[in-house]
Structures are given as structure tokens and as C-alpha cells.
Design a protein around this ligand. Sequence first.
Ligand code: NAG
Length: 398
Amino acid sequence: MFRCRVNLSTMIFLVILQGAAVVLFYGWYIQLSPCVPAPSNGKVHVLLLSSWRSGSSFMGQVFSQHPSVFYLMEPAWHVWSKLQKSTARVLRMAVRDLFRNIFQCDFSALEPYMPDNHKVSDLFMWSQSRALCSPPACPLTPRGQFSNSSQCAISCDTGGLKEVEEACGTYSHVVLKEVRFFDLESLYPLLQDPSLDLRIIHLVRDPRAVLKSREEAAKGLMMDSAMVLDQRFLPVEDVQYQVMQELCQSHERIHKRAFQTPPPFLKGRYKRVRYEDMALNPLEEITAMYDFVGLESNSQLEEWIYRVTHGKGKGTRKDAFKIISRNAADVAQAWRTILSHNKVARVQSVCKGAMSLLGYRTVNSEKEQLRLDLDLLMPLEPYQFSWLPDKTERPSNG
Ligand SMILES: *[C@@H]1O[C@H](CO)[C@@H](O)[C@H](O)[C@H]1NC(C)=O
């Protein structure tokens, strides 16, 4: 009878050969298959999702000045400005897809919305981005130093989008601030995209303070307001309140989605921040945000944060669009003495649901409104509900 004789060393050789073949073919498959996306390579993508007049420019600076961050302010501004007769609803997915590209440092998706022969200065508020004022984009501000946007605007308008892309590629974190997202659902494909490691920081603010600030900046918000309202015609005196209602509903929608019916892939990727908490405890809140996205803080950054949140300015009409040093805690309360009680009552009524979810107490009379010792901020359990990423998934934070 035929006996198959294979000795042990032949056997071992065959097993190793088979193993090598598997590894080799898997490698080819990964390289050749268009269906296997590139991993995020440890890069973290952060969306600062907020609304107009809610302190998001300040929060953006907190990230922009960090030496590991490539920051850009409101990329969707380009889409909205180019298509002003359109509406927020229609442009929603175009904006979402633009973000996917920019997070991956591909700026070609912005080109259709830019003028011919565009330069870096055609990017909205470009000089607010420290990365665009630092090498390799510009020699002006060494990395790790704080940039001055007026000096940057004078010296750094040298490159185009190619140079911006190149700069973007050299940072571990790409942070985009935007006020033109009104739900979480449109972001699901980005949250599930294995080539992105997306974290969403949702910044909310007391709607009464937002209204006060919007009144001071009304002209600059006209185009956006019409688009938020789907170009509906409304009497002038109703526009602000109707916009506030839309915005409050969007915060409510996002909050409910994140806290009450979150999809599994949102775990560790969503954090809600109240402007008022940030104003009262800037260091603590900002350190928690850095931690959430895997950025380390340092004493230089902490000193800067203290300085810009403890200034003397009250925030007047003249500097409605500037980021200046002012006393953040005073600014948070200013609406109480400046807005009439009529207006307060009206915004409270259109924003009731959001205010109760986000922990803002309503005032029932002018007297209550003016009693500044009456605390209107209800404490929210911060981390019981808000998901920090698992310790094991996070880069070490010193
Ligand atoms: C930025 O630079 C300008 C012009 O050199 C200067 O006037 C301004 O005080 C600087 N701002 C800050 C915050 O240092």
C-alpha cells in the first residue's frame, strides 16, 4: 500500500510557506483594492460645531494656537457665499462632502467656490489660522509661538491652495470650525469613514445672549439668515426670532440624537460644551476639550487662555466680529441688562425646548431678569453623559 511519508521539517517548511503567501497576498490586496480605505494614520479630525455668535471664534483660537493643530474657520462659508440664493437644506450634503476633503487636506474641493487665481487670502478668515502664519506656509510665526493675525495678513499672503495643503499635511490634528451644520445625521458617513478619526465638539450658548449678540451684528448675518430660513419671506421684525427658533431646534435635535438615541459609532466622538461653563472655568473646560481630542496642554497655552478670558472689554457693537480680550464671565451675563424683557420673553418662548435640555433657566419677569444674583445656569452632569474615548484608544496625554 502507498504510504504518504512527510517528515516533520518538510511539514514546518510548508506551513511557513503558506503563512508567507497569506501575508504577501493580503499586502497586495490592501494596496490594490480601492475598497480598502487608507487608515487615518493617527491623525485626528475635529469639528467645532456651533452657531453664529456663540463664542466659537474664541474656541477656534484655543485650537488654532495649539502647535499641533491645523485650523480653518468656516469652510462652508465659501459654499454659502457662492450659492446665496440656495438654502441651508439644499447645501447640506455638499458642505458635508467638502468637509471630508478638507479634513484629508484635499483643498481641490474648495476650488469651484473660489475666485480665479485664488491665493491663500481668499480663504475665509485665513489669518486667524496660526498654521497659515507658520512654516511651511509662512516663515513669520515659528510653531509653538502665538500668532498675530494682523501681522500675518500683511506678511503671509504668499502661497495658494497647494501650499495650504502641504501645511495641512504636517499637523497631527485638523480642526475645522463651522456654524452651518444643523444635525448630526448628515455627518454619519464621516463618523463611519475609517480614513477619518472624527471628534465633534458641540458648542452651545444661552439663546438670550445669542440674540443680544445677533442684534449687534445683524447686517453681517443677513445672507446666512435668509438661507437658514429657506429664503422664506418674513416681516423684518420676525426674522431674528424665526432664525433663533431654527437654531434652537437644531441644537435640540443634535442634543437628543447624541444623548437619547446615539448610534454606536458616536461613542467617544461627541462632546457638548456650554459657552457659559467655558466662561466661568476656562482652564478646566479647555483642558477637558484638549483631552477629548488627544492634545496636550502646556503652561504657555494656559497663560494665554487666562489672559484672553480675563480682559477688560465688555464686547460692544464696534467689535462684534473681533476676538478680543474681555471678561468672559461678564460677557455671558450682559444680555440681562441690555435686552428688553419683551425680547427676552419672545426668545424664551421660541427656544423653550432647547433651553430646558441645555440647562438654561427662564426668567418670568423683568425683575427676575435684572436680579443678577439669580443664577440661571443649571448644572449639567458633564461626563456621565458625555462620552470620553476609551483610555486605551487615546494617545497619551502626559
Ligand atoms: C498685533 O500686531 C499689531 C501690529 O504690529 C499690533 O498693533 C497689535 O497690538 C498686535 N496684537 C497683539 C494681540 O499682540
